[in-house]
Design a protein around this ligand. Sequence first.
Ligand code: FUL
Length: 745
Amino acid sequence: MKNVSIRTRVMLVVTALFASIALSQQENNFAIIKPGESLPEVIRKAANVTPSVRQLAWQQQEFIAFAHFGMNTFMDQEWGKGTESPSAFNPSDFDARQWVKVIKDAGMKLLIITAKHHDGFCLWPSKYTDHSVKRSPWKGGRGDVVGEVARACREAGLKFGVYLSPWDRHEPTFGDSPAYSEHFRNQLRELLTNYGEISEVWFDGANGEGPNGKRQIYDWLSYYKVIRELQPQSVIAIMGPDVRWVGTESGYGRETEWSVVPSITQNLDAVAASSQQFPVDGAFAPKDLMADDLGSREKIKNASALVWYPAETDVSIRPGWFYHSSQDNLVKSPTKLVDIYYSSVGRNSVLLLNIPPDKRGRIAGDDIRSLRGMRKILDQTFKANLASGATIIASNEKPGHKASAVIEQHPTSYWITDDDIEFATLEFRLPNNRTFDRLMLQENISIGQRIESFRLEAWSDNAWRMIARGTTVGYKRLLRFPPVTSQKVKLVIDSSRTSPTLFKFGLYKSPPTVTIEPNGGSFESSLRVRLSSDSKNAAIFYTLNGSEPTLKSQRYTRPIDLTRSTQIKAVASLGGELAAESSEALFTKCLKVKSVVFEKPCSAKYPGRGDTTIIDGRRGSLDFQDKEWLGFNGDDVIATIDLGESRSIHKIAIGFLQQQGSWIFLPPEVKFFASDDGTKWKAVGNQGNVLKQTESVVVKDFSCTVKNVSAKFVKVAAKNVGTCPPWHPGVGDKAWLFVDEVIVE
Ligand code: FUL
């Protein structure tokens, strides 16, 4: 299905690009290249393509929210068939104001609701179908989710947008192309007339069969016309002319991200054929779409037209787009969200983060906690521009556009060089030595995107040393690097399409972090652990019982000597403020293992870091892809552990993962054996599984305690459930057994 979705997306984006030309005659957001025009001329034109007013306003939002909510929330699925009964839609405690508060507190500026997903169920009482909230028990059929969310956004000063899936698996006219297009325009008109200002209309690329098995030919241009007429300030995203899909749903945008791209030179068949290379098994393959930039000189030199078509990076805070209680402990961590932020907002893209409300009609606690953690890290990082107060020496500045503008608060002033300059430097002399590890650059994109490569240097030990480099900047570029202390930094713009321009320049320091050395593992009798911070003025607080450290916890003054299994959590504090991110490490006291041998090897797909992964003292997390797990497909796990010499044993334990959404189940039973010679085995214990297979994500230890046993070898035999159970979508297919870690005490 994904194959179809991506291919169709690419094809239709091409169509949308043509349409953008037709619809934006008044603006400079496209340029026609005449046959035979030289490369310098093409580059000059590219450098002067600018965003439309609506595109600029959209880009300035930086960080926006998606709320996937609808029939799928109640059916616990991702793609409905369109045959679901409206009676299933019944949020128990719907609160649009709660969504808006959470989203606003997280720093997002707009909320897009899935007014209709592929199943065709409408969250507003559409006149054009009965498959909507009006047939649901919610509020006696008089509820309107779109209306309540729109109102809550307006009250709180948040922009509002709608996702209206073109693909509709319920609507009987779908596939009867002109009739469905009429239906679709009618629905658009309802949404764009009755709910105040709409700032973004999101058309999905996923497209499959309709209820009658027919495929639909969309009349995109006519849909765009309705939007331009009713909500001219609204951007049309993805299958639309204003905003481009970045090409992945991972949250990670391109390092080189041009907002000016060729409109299109290839024919649609060629695009379709090349997109056949996408994997057909539904596996996400970012490299296929991310391997290249879309707008370098190489890409635009043969274009017949260029267009401002900026990237939007959509990703969900959970594995699914819709809420599933089974994914409550798979909500992306604050650190992961921050990484995504740097890799999207920090790469000239708008981040569209999906926060799916649950069956109550509220955003769940796990998501709120993660968003708060993320916000705290970002706030602590970007609270003060460490370049402020600097004296700036520019290699060139155009009269009226002094370099000092880049560190001033002024909302419109910017630095630009004289015409026809492609190389420039800005040297910043800071008032004193400052320590920083983040760079922020912003071009003044209202006059175009120009910078092709840049580097940041710092003066240390009497020389300029490079500390970071990048290619494109665009609306915003963020770079991370290890902390540097200096009083002089230099931004070198090595190449620019025409006179470079900067709107803002910032240096920042992320909140101090703590390094735990060693970072977890196993030990036999005792272990010395050291903590340190990347900020020398920071104090370190830690706990040894798994609780979150606070300013009242133990303060670190000397190395910690461990004599039993311990989880260390530590956090730095500067000026009495606790850093937003803590560090942790798990130490396991156990007997030293010489080697481990599996009767049948694990699957080549999930080899961890080799067989010894299960005896390295590091525990697998709830994420089955964290390289700490060995995966066995349909096979049992039978592992023989060699202790090297005969030891007295008290306990044997082994951990397994259950993540049924990924076809990973706990073993029904684990048996333990001991031996002195590796041939004659004595059964020393066993443990069955009491947890339900329907239970979602859990790491569970199976163990046995033994008395008066001395052995050189230990054997663990864990049964695979074999195949996925009858209630599971993978029924009959091989089930996975994921193992990590064996602990012998
Ligand atoms: C995809 C859809 O199929 C997903 O369900 C989701 O809406 C995502 C944002 O776009 O193509």
